[in-house]
Write a protein that binds this ligand. Structure first.
Ligand SMILES: Nc1ncnc2c1ncn2[C@@H]1O[C@H](COP(=O)(O)OP(=O)(O)OP(=O)(O)O)[C@@H](O)[C@H]1O
Ligand SMILES: [Mg+2]
Length: 196
């Protein structure tokens, strides 16, 4: 694969702005978004459960227990390969675990973009986001679980590109535009973890 067409994985803690960044990559740069959280939402629908943070957590944990920590990536491999093989440039919204990063880096190849926002702001965004609000204490609990049990911090700390989302959406768009100019050096110096 041409390295310039590597999928861009958008990583970050909950409510840091990953979906906003992915949306900007879609509308501004023509990337096709693949949302890993959709694996959980599809499973909730298939099981006929009530959508919401509780069922999301339950299904996420059950899937990981049954199929491994890289289940979301594994279940999304088909759609990623199909897009990449067809020459479409992909961004992955919300890669969750260190294991998913490992799998995709080895099986597809990735450049990672970390979105950061301070916790006070993530709490505000979490409480007011439409559809799937999270309370401040739910966000704290989720942060600790994701760092300690899901190894979510590894791909964030080791990301090839970083953006801070602590201003307006217009400021975020300007920062993303600056980052996209630095995509070629980020791709050529990307981290490729050895097989585990
Ligand atoms: N800079 C910003 N200005 C205003 N609203 C924002 C900004 N960034 C994100 N938001 C809003 O905050 C909420 C959380 O952002 P977003 O959904 O992009 O986060 P996320 O990292 O994808 O969260 P999750 O981990 O739950 O998928 C959304 O409602 C989004 O529209
Ligand atoms: Mg999101």
């Amino acid at each position: 694969m041409d390295a310039a067409n590597l999928p861009v994985a958008v990583v970050g803690m909950a409510c840091a702005g990953k979906s906003e960044v992915s949306g900007q990559l879609v509308t501004g740069y023509g990337l096709e978004s693949i949302y890993f959280g959709q694996v959980v939402l599809d499973e909730i629908a298939a099981r006929g459960l009530q959508p919401g943070p509780q069922s999301e957590r339950q299904v996420r944990e059950e899937l990981r227990q049954a199929e491994g920590m890289d289940v979301m990536a594994r279940r999304s491999l088909g759609s990623i390969h199909a897009a990449v093989d067809a020459g479409r440039k992909v961004c992955i919204d919300g890669l969750y675990s260190g294991a998913e990063w490992q799998l995709l880096t080895q099986q597809v190849g990735l450049v990672t973009l970390a979105v950061h926002a301070p916790r006070w702001l993530r709490k505000q965004l979490a409480a007011s986001r439409p559809g799937r609000p999270l309370t401040a204490s739910e966000l704290d609990e989720r942060d600790l679980t994701e760092v300690r049990r899901v190894d979510k911090a590894t791909p964030i700390a080791l990301a090839d590109l970083h953006v801070v989302n602590d201003g307006t959406l217009e400021e975020l768009a300007a920062r993303i535009a600056a980052l996209m100019k630095r995509l070629p050096p980020a791709i050529s110096s990307r981290l490729r973890p050895p097989a585990s």
